[in-house]
Design a protein around this ligand. Structure first.
Ligand SMILES: Nc1nc2c(ncn2[C@@H]2O[C@H](COP(=O)(O)OP(=O)(O)OP(=O)(O)O)[C@@H](O)[C@H]2O)c(=O)[nH]1
Ligand SMILES: [Mg+2]
Length: 647
């Protein structure tokens, strides 16, 4: 059984609702006000089954839209997910403004199939009908509704004339509609929210992709509420599943009607992320009253959602009517958009449809921090990048989305969120790209192939610089090395680990107990060096504040002067020893004790002078002055005239 959704379109009073009723027996005008005023205000729904061309049953869901120019926004919420359109033109009025506006919208949204219906054929004579038919044929030339590929059928909903012919035309047209992928990730843009007695919260919409099952958990975008599908209805009957191309009603548990509005979307939990900006390709209608300026605001309609966006043009001051351009849309609040989503733009004021387009990238790319030597060589310039995103093969798109992330890479989950493709599809594409040596995959994260080699180089470079700076240390801590890689290159952990183990395998690096070193370098300290280092430390620890002169300590060591100097440098870098002035070096523990001593004085006397300091610590003036200056630098004290304030 094939399910498709059919939308009506056309000027007010041209007989859209009457036509839907003549076909399905259902009056889609459900509001009191609609019945009273005899016009459609909001979307209406109906359904029917029809024997298809090859004997299968077709399930047709109808979305009946209002023709009134003031309700175009409601019309826009309805046409988002349709497979096929009935363009309704009354034979007694022919083409009118909303015939044109609705038709423009259908073309901008990329609707590909439909039937043109001349309604009210009973209200005109045969000659008039022929004239209108010619006019309409002319109007449709060169479009997706061009005859004879798409038929024009004259009907009267009043007498029933032509209705059977229209049903046959519908069956034929429906046969040509491609079945939407029911294995894709589901998305249901909500077009109606209400409470049903005994059921609770119900939402309806056209399921634009995938499958929704009873008892499944879904997430509401953009609010991130989690809900459970308590029940599914398709065409007014309970069902276990709804599939793409069906008008779908869901009874939801875990959410009240106040938390839901038209324009929100239901999708699998923790799969997608909302966005406030999108790279798009947009086209202005030739009939747009004027060009669209850079940074102009416009009404934005996508699926069932509507908002106001700022249109940022790339390299242009304005788009002229009838032309096409790349742009970035800035949304006032996060929304769920995916590549391939079509949208309509309406002028901010006065509100008329001026154009539309397609989302190319709902996660505008912010590249890794600029670095002269790394990361830049893989960047595809903006325009070619957008071209690939618009019309490249899935493999080319995945490759681009991965490559542009540099050493951060792209995880499978991120790839799903960026593309809307199921994880298995991405895993398969990735495997093929890995085979072709375009990508590498480590755990669940993909990288451009070149990144591994570059990461290895960066690791080697950083470790060798480490050895030069610290020849006496046995190796660089793995964590420190990884921190450097994250800071410098936004390198993902997966790439870091892969590069590290690759280098270990090639014997270019040695890894021992969480230390990384170049082979043969950073050798463990010799015994006498270790002993000398301990001797230096001990000498200073024992001296307290009355420290010996450095050269005296060094002279008494077993190792030569150059080595001894290196050991001191090492102790200073470890902060075991602290340089207070050019001449004076203290053990850290001594200085820590001094700080406490000074801090403890504060309660008895908040101020201290040199004499008091000497008395307190027992040191001579030669030591007292540099120590007090050190304490000033460390903000333990502050000099005020001859005194020091204890902070
Ligand atoms: N004579 C005749 N009248 C029709 C026919 N179809 C519709 N009408 C009448 O035209 C009027 C408008 O019909 P609707 O079906 O409400 O028109 P609509 O296109 O749905 O109008 P909106 O939804 O407000 O845009 C009604 O009074 C209908 O009875 C037809 O085939 N023949
Ligand atoms: Mg109507």
């Amino acid at each position: 059984m094939k399910s498709i959704v059919i939308g009506t379109a056309g000027h007010i009073d041209h007989g859209k609702t009457a036509l839907v009723k003549a076909l399905t027996g259902i009056d889609a005008d459900r509001l009191q006000e609609e019945k009273r005023r005899g016009i459609t205000i909001d979307l209406g729904f109906a359904h029917m089954e029809l024997p298809g061309a090859n004997g299968e049953t077709l399930r047709l869901g109808f979305v009946d839209v209002p023709g009134h120019e003031r309700f175009v926004r409601n019309m826009l919420a309805g046409v988002g997910g349709i497979d096929l359109v009935l363009l309704v033109i009354a034979a007694d009025e022919s083409i009118k403004p909303q015939t044109r506006e609705h038709f423009d919208i259908l073309r901008l949204l990329g609707v590909r199939r439909g039937i043109t219906v001349l309604t009210k054929s009973d209200a005109v004579d045969a000659e008039t009908l022929d004239v209108v038919r010619l006019e309409v044929e002319e109007f449709l030339r060169g479009t997706f509704l061009e005859t004879p590929a798409s038929p024009i059928v004259a009907v009267s909903s009043l007498t029933g004339a032509g209705i059977e012919e229209l049903k046959r035309a519908l069956a034929t047209a429906a046969a040509g509609v491609e079945v939407r992928d029911s294995r894709a990730l589901p998305r249901l843009p909500i077009d109606r929210v209400f409470t049903m007695k005994g059921f609770g919260t119900v939402v309806t919409g056209t399921l634009i992709s995938g499958t929704i099952r009873k008892d499944e958990e879904l997430e509401i975008f953009p609010t991130a509420n989690k809900v459970r599908v308590r029940g599914v209805q398709v065409h007014g009957h309970s069902a276990d599943v709804a599939v793409a191309g069906q008008r779908t009603a869901l009874n939801l548990a875990g959410v009240s009607t106040e938390e839901l509005v038209r324009g929100m979307t239901l999708a699998p939990p923790q799969t997608f992320v909302t966005t406030e900006r999108a790279e798009v390709k947009l086209r202005l209608l030739p009939s747009a009253p004027r060009g669209l300026k850079n940074r102009a605001r416009a009404h934005f309609h996508c699926n069932t959602m509507e908002t106001v966006v700022e249109v940022v043009l790339h390299d242009a001051k304005q788009v002229a009517p009838g032309s096409e351009t790349l742009a970035r849309l800035k949304l006032p609040a996060p929304a769920l958009l995916l590549p391939g989503d079509r949208f309509i733009l309406r002028q901010f004021s006065p509100v008329v449809t001026i154009g539309g387009g397609v989302v190319l990238d709902a996660m505008p790319f912010v590249g890794p921090r600029k670095s002269k030597s790394h990361g830049e060589e893989n960047r595809t310039p903006f325009v070619p990048m957008m071209e690939i995103l618009e019309s490249g093969s899935p493999a080319a798109i995945l490759s681009l989305r991965t490559t542009r992330r540099g050493k951060r890479g792209l995880s499978l989950a991120e790839a799903v969120a960026e593309t809307g493709w199921p994880r298995e599809t991405i895993a398969k594409l990735a495997a093929a790209l890995v085979n072709e040596k375009l990508l590498v995959r480590f755990q669940d994260r993909m990288f451009a192939e070149a990144e591994l080699g570059q990461a290895e180089k960066s690791l080697l470079h950083t470790v060798s610089v480490f050895h030069e700076r610290d020849p006496l240390r046995p190796g660089m801590a793995k964590g420190e090395l990884q921190d450097d890689m994250t800071r410098l290159f936004s390198m993902a952990g997966e790439l870091f680990e892969a590069a590290l183990s690759s280098l270990a395998k090639q014997k270019k690096l040695e890894i021992a107990a969480d230390l990384v070193r170049l082979p043969g370098r950073g050798a463990v300290m010799k015994d006498e060096e270790a002993e000398s280092k301990r001797n230096i430390e001990d000498a200073f620890a024992a001296a307290g504040l009355k420290v010996p002169a450095l050269h005296e300590v060094l002279a008494g060591l077993k190792v030569d002067k150059a080595r001894a100097q290196k050991l001191v440098t090492l102790l200073l870098r470890e902060r075991t020893l602290v340089k207070v002035s050019d001449e004076l070096v203290f053990h850290r523990a001594t200085l820590d004790h001094l700080r406490q001593q000074i801090a403890a004085c504060k309660t008895s006397a908040p101020k201290i002078d040199v004499a008091r300091f000497k008395e307190l610590t027992g040191v001579s003036r030669k030591y007292a002055i540099p120590l007090l200056e050190y304490l000033d630098r460390e903000r333990v004290t502050r000099r005020v005239g001859d005194f020091r304030e204890i902070l």
